[in-house]
Design a protein around this ligand. Structure first.
Ligand SMILES: Cc1cc2nc3c(=O)[nH]c(=O)nc-3n(C[C@H](O)[C@H](O)[C@H](O)COP(=O)(O)OP(=O)(O)OC[C@H]3O[C@@H](n4cnc5c(N)ncnc54)[C@H](O)[C@@H]3O)c2cc1C
Length: 288
């Protein structure tokens, strides 16, 4: 049963972070509530105050300055998935957002809530690692920026400090002549495993490549070492390297058995999905 709580509705980020600092452990940030409501209902956390951040100026906007797309942290998954700017400049990310659970969850949950909760079985983190993505964090006195890969520190953990709010996510789209592919397998609503791949080909050779994998271990990861190894190769040769790199994947991804899949299954599917996504990305250019 839900314990009683008060909801505060600040309109400025400074007001929200001041309340968080004043109330300390008695208060939590409340965005869509998709996770928070469950945590409160099952007594996994206790809060006397919820600081609702959905009315804060700028946290419900998507802006584009010609180089970077800035997404307010309180944007719902559905608004991200359907936004024309995101669909045009980052079709892979729009597609990955559209794969989350179902329309009810996508209408309720926010991008910021998803990244701050950092459930290992999530979609946006894997997709966003493919781009140069950073997050803006605010407390009552300071703003700071962090690359997304440093923000997502581990299973259900992030670099957020007490009283800090994730204000927005800044993403540099890939050039439109790159091809991309996002693949996931799922038994239930959440992904068991997902991969994101982007490639630029010249004369059948991989000129540029980026790859990310999620849900295997505690957090999503970019595969920088494999990317370096397969640049300059044909797709068939790159796929051979992916298939032979089990040790690298195990060391980097730190696979764990969980209700969605065993480590053996996840390691097998990681290589299969990466290989398929590499071929798919290379066969397609980003839609414009
Ligand atoms: C049935 C179900 C299926 C799901 N399936 C998927 C799936 O397939 N793929 C997937 O990726 N996700 C999935 N999710 C997760 C869903 O995307 C997240 O629940 C949602 O994005 C969390 O956002 P929220 O706004 O509801 O966060 P909330 O529940 O409001 O908050 C979550 C946590 O983050 C903190 N927080 C939220 N926003 C901020 C902020 N801006 N700054 C600081 N702290 C903040 C809160 O204090 C809380 O601790 C699923 C969830 C459910 C319930």
């Amino acid at each position: 049963m839900l314990q009683p709580f008060r909801v505060l509705i600040p309109e400025e980020i400074i007001g929200a972070s001041t309340e968080l600092a004043r109330l300390g452990e008695k208060a939590v940030v409340y965005a869509g509530g998709a996770e928070l409501a469950l945590l409160l209902r099952y007594g996994m956390i206790r809060a006397d105050y919820l600081v609702n951040i959905k009315r804060i100026r700028g946290m419900n906007e998507i802006t584009w300055d010609g180089e970077t797309i800035q997404i307010g942290a309180a944007m719902t998954h559905h608004r991200v998935e359907t936004d024309p700017l995101i669909r045009r400049h980052m079709p892979l990310f729009a597609y990955a957002e559209g794969k989350i659970a179902n329309i009810r969850v996508r209408n309720q949950g926010t991008l910021g809530g998803n990244l701050c909760f950092n459930d290992p079985h999530s979609d946006p983190g894997t997709a966003l690692l493919l781009y140069d993505t950073s997050v803006s964090l605010a407390n009552k006195t300071n703003w700071r920026q962090l690359p997304l890969c440093e923000f997502l520190t581990g299973m259900y953990s992030t670099a957020l400090m007490a009283g800090e709010i994730l204000a927005s996510v800044a993403i540099k789209p890939l050039p439109l002549d790159w091809g991309t592919a996002y693949l996931r397998v799922h038994r239930l609503q959440r992904p068991t495993l997902n991969v994101a791949v982007a490639t630029k080909l010249k004369d059948g050779i991989l000129e540029k490549v980026r790859m990310a994998v999620g849900c295997v271990g505690p957090k999503p990861q970019r595969l920088l070492e494999i990317e370096d190894k397969i640049v300059g190769l044909k797709i068939e040769d790159a796929n051979k390297i992916i298939m032979e790199s089990t040790r690298y994947f195990v060391n980097l991804l730190e696979p764990v058995d969980d209700v969605l899949g065993s480590t053996d299954y996840k390691m097998y599917m990681t290589r299969i999905l990466l290989s398929r996504a590499l071929s798919q990305a290379s066969a397609a250019k980003e839609e414009v």
